[in-house]
Write a protein that binds this ligand. Structure first.
Ligand code: CMC
Length: 428
């Protein structure tokens, strides 16, 4: 076997260095040894937005962006979406293996009995303005939730960690549904623990005056699959925030609130809402070419297209495309779907998108499904967060157990003024 090292010559000094290559990477700290002289700090790598930096070792999710492969703990996303359910997938992501029957029942029971929240949290949520955005409500409430569990700060206590992971997964749908009810000016609906996680969420969203809300099993299953598809996606923006915030050993509620804030942005979890806005802006088929031209001129982005990692196709978007049609059979057809399909067809044949390897991502269809199910656009990233909280927590646990991890603290290249003396205001 060839030697697994990298030899580099520093042309400033003529010195040669040899670094080990492990798992296709060199250790960034090794290059610090490259110095012009003893006073030199040492060489750093410059990588804005971490486009080519592995920040951790992880055994949770594998993505092959070129081949369109997504595995959770080794299991293909297509198989999990077809045969599993969100609670089982949560167990898998958190524990590394699929649960046996008893393990599953215990876990399912736990994430069910913890769905209720303290009444004071309800009062806290009621304090948000009548038209507050549900994602803003979710972020704020998750931070507040941590104040009910002061022991959550003991993140090095495995029992405490596990309890708060269960609480977060269980309470997320309740807070998400109540954020919706708050933004709609509707009374909050308490959890129905006889229902599945997705069914209970739908009941807390939809129930009006009926004694008991029975969700449509197909819509319940579609939502459950959407939660599975969103559960983890390795080191994406919000997960990096979860790890980064968690690396200071803050409590998981604060770290999840931070990750949720990162998810809010239109380039991440907010993208599916942007797809809807874009479809509204385009309006009709005849205006598609005009919008595509704007994209090519760099004046617009085709929302729901492109991915930092998938440069061929997003396997989640194939599952979701099929799901979309199943949902529309129940909810009725949607003119936006036809428009979206037409845009997809045009873009996939267009040189600009082909050359840049821009394909539909998970958000392209998820927004359409959510809309057909009656969710307002402001709820789309909230729905994303219900699934993704599992991934955040699995990654957080992994980070805390990783002896190589420390508080996250990148370096910078300083481009500001050199040291200078303060000038009093009357002399400026
Ligand atoms: N529409 C038009 N042009 C695009 C798009 C798009 N959606 N995405 C990328 N490009 C162009 C971009 O202008 C650039 O062109 P050029 O080389 O001529 O300057 C080239 O493609 C590379 O783009 P980039 O911004 O360097 O790519 P990136 O890997 O940094 O960005 C992305 C990835 C997802 C932020 C971007 O594709 C995008 O903004 N997409 C639209 C928003 C979206 O759908 N986001 C959801 C991401 S998937 C959900 C998740 O996992 O969070």
């Amino acid at each position: 076997m060839s030697k697994q090292t990298l030899t580099v010559t520093d042309n400033r000094t003529g010195k040669t260095y040899e670094f080990p290559i492990k798992d296709g990477t060199i250790n960034a700290m090794d290059i610090r040894n490259i110095k012009v002289d003893d006073n030199d700090f040492g060489l750093m790598s410059y990588d804005p937005a971490y486009q080519n930096t592995a920040s951790c070792r992880s055994s949770i999710t594998y993505i092959d962006g070129d081949k369109g492969i997504l595995l959770y703990r080794g299991y293909p996303i297509e198989q999990l979406a077809e045969h599993s359910n969100f609670v089982e997938v949560a167990y898998l992501l958190l524990n590394g293996e699929l649960p046996g029957k008893d393990q599953y029942e215990k876990f399912r029971h736990e994430v069910t009995v913890h769905t209720f929240v303290h009444e004071n949290l309800k009062k806290f949520m009621e304090g948000f303005r009548y038209d507050a955005n549900p994602m803003g409500i979710l972020i704020g409430t998750l931070g507040a939730l941590g104040t009910f569990y002061p022991n959550a700060i003991n993140v090095n206590d495995a029992g405490e960690r596990r309890l708060n992971v269960i609480r977060l997964i269980a309470k997320m749908p309740t807070i998400a549904a109540w954020a919706y009810r708050q933004s709609m000016g509707m009374p909050y609906v308490y959890p129905d623990n006889e229902l599945s996680l997705a069914g209970n969420f739908l009941a807390m969203i939809k129930r009006i005056a009926e004694h008991r809300y029975i969700p449509n099993p197909k819509l319940e299953r579609a939502l459950d699959v959407l939660f599975i598809l969103h559960a983890d996606h390795e080191q994406n923006c919000s997960t990096s925030v979860m790890r980064g915030a968690g690396s200071s050993l803050t409590d998981p509620y604060s770290a999840v609130a931070a990750a949720t804030a990162a998810l809010y942005g239109p380039l991440h979890g907010g993208a599916n809402a942007e797809v809807l806005h874009m479809l509204d802006e385009i309006g009709s088929r005849d205006r598609i070419p005009e919008f595509i031209a704007k994209c090519k001129e760099g004046k617009a982005r085709l929302m729901g297209f492109g991915h930092r990692v998938y440069k061929n196709f997003d396997p989640r978007s194939r599952i979701i495309q099929k799901l979309a049609h199943e949902v529309f059979e129940i909810t009725g057809s949607n003119p936006k779907l036809d428009l979206a399909l037409e845009i997809e067809k045009i873009a996939l044949q267009d040189e600009y998108f082909i050359k840049r390897k821009l394909y539909p991502n998970v958000d392209f269809y998820s927004g359409l499904i959510y809309q057909a199910m009656g969710f307002p656009v402001g709820m789309f990233p909230v729905l994303f967060a219900i699934g993704r909280v599992v991934g955040w927590l699995a990654q957080w646990q992994e980070m805390l157990n990783d002896k190589e991890q420390k508080i996250a603290r990148p370096r910078q290249i300083y481009t500001g003024a050199a040291s200078r003396d303060f000038v009093p205001m009357n002399r400026r």
